[in-house]
Ligand binder design. Structure first.
Ligand code: KG4
Ligand code: ZN
Length: 350
């Protein structure tokens, strides 16, 4: 089976082609067209601007994807239907529907959060079994950390999810993005903050930010207070300090560490309480090197029998390869749907 996937839930226009044969799969092409240059000016994503760019980019991205995959015969089209920015989602859905009609193939809706989880299976070249794939990792605790979401999910098997907790305000990625904006560092903030933080060799105890909700019993998160703490700290500095490399690097390191501390503590607590076999990360923030490293060290130390899965860095941020895999699994669960039933849902739940 050959699946072509379209992903336009935020500011990346993505298309990919996945070939699945005798329980093995191969990514034939995976194209991501970033709109970073456009949104950089504003320090964030503007939905209607992003929609316009998706409309412009989709035909180009599709052509590139088909050419790279050597124009294979497509059997199924997968498309992200939510959660995400509604105008952006609709652009991808309408494009995918037109394409499905033109090619005379079925179309399957995919949940963006589920796709971020499944990105972990893109690392292995084998699909274990589309009904009970890779049983040994379940139950799993999934931490999905992106620009729009921060969720802790108990995954019992493919398609069986329970959201244990989520952010009450800003997502972890949003916090990185907003802090970068305060410091005048550009967009997206995550990779820039990570780069600045990595330059710090000797951490000064002078800058201390809160670890919001870290000791609370629930599995929810809150990152907007952390961003506000950075804002006040920044405002109270003399102009000379604000612009100094040392200050920017130290704020970056401390804010990154505050986010990591909260995420690690809550995720490991959930894994212990639910006696899970694995911890699975996903989403753009899971590309953060320091976070990946510290998770690994802490799991090895505190929960040595637990498996730790992270997608390869290129599959953490938005891409359509993960959507193609999600579409393939959904196809076996849900089967054929009427195209008119496929709608955008900005707040789609797992
Ligand atoms: O999953 P994603 O590509 O899009 C959404 O679904 O939102 O995540 C984008 C987010 C942005 O907030 C970006 O700043 C963050 O992921 N991000 C990172 C890193 N790379 C991307 N955050 C921290 N460290 C990184 N290396
Ligand atoms: Zn995403």
């Amino acid at each position: 089976m050959i699946v072509l996937a379209i992903e336009t839930s935020c500011d990346d226009t993505c298309a990919a082609i996945l070939k699945i044969q005798s329980l093995r799969f191969k990514i034939l092409s995976n194209v991501v067209s970033s709109q970073v240059k456009i949104h950089k000016k504003y320090g964030g994503v503007y939905p209607f601007l992003a929609k316009r760019e998706h409309q412009k980019n989709l035909p180009i991205v599709l052509k590139k994807t088909l050419t790279e995959a050597k124009n294979p015969k497509i059997d199924l089209i997968a498309v992200t239907v939510g959660p995400g920015l509604e105008p952006c989602l609709w652009t991808g859905i309408n494009f995918a529907k037109d394409l499905a009609k033109k090619l005379g193939v079925p179309i399957i809706p995919v949940n963006h959060i589920e796709a971020h989880i499944l990105a972990n299976w893109l690392n292995s070249a084998i699909i274990h079994n589309h009904k009970v794939f890779s049983k040994s990792v379940f139950p799993a605790i999934c931490l999905i950390i992106s620009g729009g979401h921060t969720q802790l999910i108990l995954m019992k098997n493919f398609g069986q999810y329970k959201v244990l907790g989520e952010t009450r305000d800003d997502a972890a990625g949003e916090c990185f993005d907003k802090v970068a904006r305060i410091l005048g560092l550009g967009y997206p903030g995550g990779p820039i903050i990570a780069k600045e933080a990595a330059k710090v060799t000797d951490r000064s105890p002078m800058i201390n930010f809160p670890r919001p909700m870290i000791y609370q019993k629930n599995y929810d998160f809150s990152f907007s207070g952390l961003k506000t703490a950075v804002l006040y700290n920044f405002k109270n500095q003399p102009e000379k300090i604000k612009k100094s490399k040392k200050y920017i690097q130290e704020v970056s390191a401390e804010v990154q560490q505050a986010i990591i501390d909260v995420l690690i503590r809550k995720t490991l607590k959930a894994a212990k309480n639910y006696k899970t076999r694995s911890i699975i990360l996903g989403g753009g923030v899971a590309a953060n090197n320091e976070l990946r490293k510290q998770f690994k060290q802490k799991i090895q130390k505190d929960l040595p029998n637990i498996q730790y899965l992270t997608p390869s860095v290129q599959f953490c941020t938005d891409n359509a390869a993960m959507v193609a895999l999600g579409g393939y699994f959904r196809w076996f669960k849900a089967g054929r749907l009427k195209p008119e039933k496929i709608k955008a849902n900005a707040n789609l739940r797992l």
